[in-house]
Structures are given as structure tokens and as C-alpha cells.
Design a protein around this ligand. Structure first.
Ligand code: AHR
Length: 329
């Protein structure tokens, strides 16, 4: 079910392994858990999730909660930051104060994490990033980063447009949350793909990765531009919101205005099969298994991959029709 490639772009340094081993002791002392030093003992893990903004996020949360169970050797404390960085920082500080064995989080935005990550390091608590990266010059502040290559996702979306649609297109872009890694990287990847072509982005705004945001921004685009050929939405949910706006304006999504999105969650795939979306690049949300494996390793003081790139597929309308029935999220 899970398709992944482990790209070993560098092994963790000895200091991270040492930090993790110390964390196992720190965690058992202050959290009241049985400690995370050996494979058979419960690992306490504090996870701060971005929010519940999209179908992708719901699938990611479910996978993490279904995997980091007591049966699998974890005691998971989970919090939803409601897309606010200050909520995430507060949650991380609370987990540090509780003395968890491992901290994990998917950062809402890329910058502004150094202070809290330094606090985790001082408390000898290893940090695992899932899904989204942080922008820091000190990569000793986290043990590992598990997630997709967002630049490649944007580039694959753009490559499909260049190879399959008209050469001369007016594009509107529905961006993800401002300052988030997927919004920054998908924009960059798509831009690279269309560079040197006559495909032009005529407007670009954030819809915050939500369906309501995508609909509202698309309504504005339709009011300001009567020559839109294509919507590039940074996720399915915003694309689905755009479909509602396009239909309300009396046009046919997928025909009058083509749509390309990223995620490949069930609702997006259904719209692709229905001909309302033209192409979807997958973003795999099933990160729980890798998180569990890396958490066990860091607590045991073993070295871990600094970057684990999750493999994504991509779907045309025909390809989506073949896999839709088996799609679990
Ligand atoms: O970080 C992954 C992105 O966040 C997903 O593409 C999007 O749906 C989610 O909100």
C-alpha cells in the first residue's frame, strides 16, 4: 500500500545518536513513562499537527494516530495547531516540559523555529519533522525529516501542462498557506517547468489549502479575468473549491477551464474521474510507519537518515479511474 523510496542523503551524526540516547534517559526520568531506551519499553511522543485544513491532512492524522499506538510501543500525545504557528510552539514547549522521549511535528510555516528547537536540543529531546521542512541554518536541531519532495510535485504538475495542453495558456495559481514549505516549493517547481514557454501565471493568491479558501479566491479570479485557461491549485481541496466557483460562473471545469492539482485524495480523484480536474500529482500522506521506525531508532541511540523522501505517483483521468475504487483516503 505504502510506496516509498528512502533516499539516504546523509547519515545522522554521532552527536544526534548521542543526544537521542540521552533523551531516552531524560524521557524516562521526567515523563513517568517506562523510558524509551529499549525496544520493548513505551516511547512517549508529542506530535503537533498543522490542523485539519484538508482531506490530505485528515488522512495524515489518521495514519499517525493509527500507527503510533500503545500496541506498537508508543504513548502518543497529539495536538492540532489550527494552522497557527504560535499554537505549535506552545504545544512543543508543553511536550518539552513533560519530558517526552521524542518530539514530532509538521511545521505550519518554514521559518521561526530555531528558538523552540534549541530548547528541545537543550532538553536532549530529539525532533522528527514530518511532511514539511523548517528553514534553519542549524541542521543539528532536528534528527530527521520525513516527507515528499514538494518542488518535484510542482514540477511534475507543470511538466504535464507543458506536454499535454496548449502552448499558450493563461494560468491562475491557488497557493497553499503563505510561508509553508509546500506553497513555496510547489510554486517554484511549477515555475521551473513553464520557464521559457508561453504559459503565463496571470494571478496567484493563497487559498490556505482549504476548499472554502479555494472557492473564494477563484471567485475573485473569475471576476478579474475573463481569459483564464488553467487553474494550478497547490492541493485538491482548493481545486475542489475552484470547481464550485467555476460552475457557479456558468463554465465547465476541466473543459472551459482546465485544472491541475496536488494530493490525490479520494474527493480529488473522483473529480478527476468525473472530468472536472485534468491531472493530479500525488502527495503521499501515509507517514506514520516511517515516523514510528525513526522514533524507535533515535530513542535507541541508533543513527537515522537525515532526509527520507516519500515517493509520490501522478494520475491522468484514465489512470485515476483504474485506482479510484481501491483508494483508502
Ligand atoms: O503539507 C502537505 C499539504 O498540506 C497538502 O498538500 C495539503 O493538502 C495540506 O494541507
Amino acid at each position: 500500500m505504502k510506496r516509498q523510496t528512502f533516499l539516504r542523503t546523509g547519515l545522522a551524526t554521532l552527536s544526534i545518536a548521542a543526544m537521542a540516547a540521552m533523551s531516552a534517559c531524560a524521557g524516562s526520568d521526567s515523563s513517568g513513562s517506562e523510558g524509551g531506551g529499549s525496544g520493548s519499553e513505551t516511547i512517549t511522543i508529542g506530535f503537533s499537527q498543522v490542523g485539519a485544513e484538508s482531506g490530505w491532512r485528515a488522512a495524515n492524522t489518521k495514519d499517525i494516530q493509527d500507527t503510533l499506538t500503545e500496541e506498537n510501543g508508543f504513548k502518543l500525545s497529539f495536538s492540532d495547531a489550527q494552522q497557527k504557528q504560535e499554537n505549535q510552539i506552545q504545544a512543543l514547549r508543553s511536550y518539552i516540559a513533560q519530558g517526552v522521549d521524542v518530539l514530532a511535528f509538521s511545521p505550519v510555516v518554514e521559518t521561526g523555529w530555531d528558538a523552540v528547537l534549541q530548547e528541545a536540543k537543550s532538553a536532549n529531546i530529539p525532533v522528527i519533522l514530518t511532511d514539511r521542512a523548517v528553514d534553519t541554518t542549524d541542521d543539528t536541531l532536528f534528527a530527521s525529516f520525513i516527507g515528499s519532495d514538494f518542488i518535484e510535485e510542482g514540477q511534475r504538475a507543470g511538466d504535464w501542462v507543458v506536454e499535454n495542453l496548449d502552448k499558450d495558456l493563461k494560468v491562475v495559481e491557488l497557493q497553499g498557506t503563505t510561508g509553508s514549505a509546500p506553497a513555496i516549493d510547489r510554486k517554484e517547481g511549477f515555475g521551473k517547468a513553464i520557464e521559457g514557454t508561453d504559459i503565463e501565471i496571470i494571478d496567484s493568491q493563497t487559498g490556505d489549502f482549504t476548499r472554502a479558501g479555494g472557492k473564494q479566491v477563484m471567485e475573485g479570479f473569475l471576476n478579474s479575468h475573463d481569459d483564464i485557461d488553467l487553474v494550478f491549485a497547490h492541493n485538491d481541496d482548493m481545486g475542489l473549491g475552484a470547481i464550485e466557483a467555476i460552475e457557479a460562473a456558468g463554465k465547465k471545469p476541466g473543459e472551459d477551464i482546465k485544472i491541475v492539482t496536488i494530493d490525490a485524495v479520494k474527493d480529488g480523484m473522483q473529480a478527476l474521474v468525473d472530468g472536472k480536474i485534468n491531472y493530479i500529482v500525488e502527495c503521499n500522506p501515509l507517514l506514520g510507519e516511517d515516523l514510528a521506525e525513526i522514533a524507535k531508532k533515535v530513542v535507541a541511540g541508533e543513527s537515522v537518515e537525515k532526509r527520507i523522501v516519500v515517493e509520490d505517483a501522478a494520475f491522468s483521468q484514465d489512470e485515476a479511474a483504474e485506482v479510484l475504487a481501491d483508494r483508502t483516503y
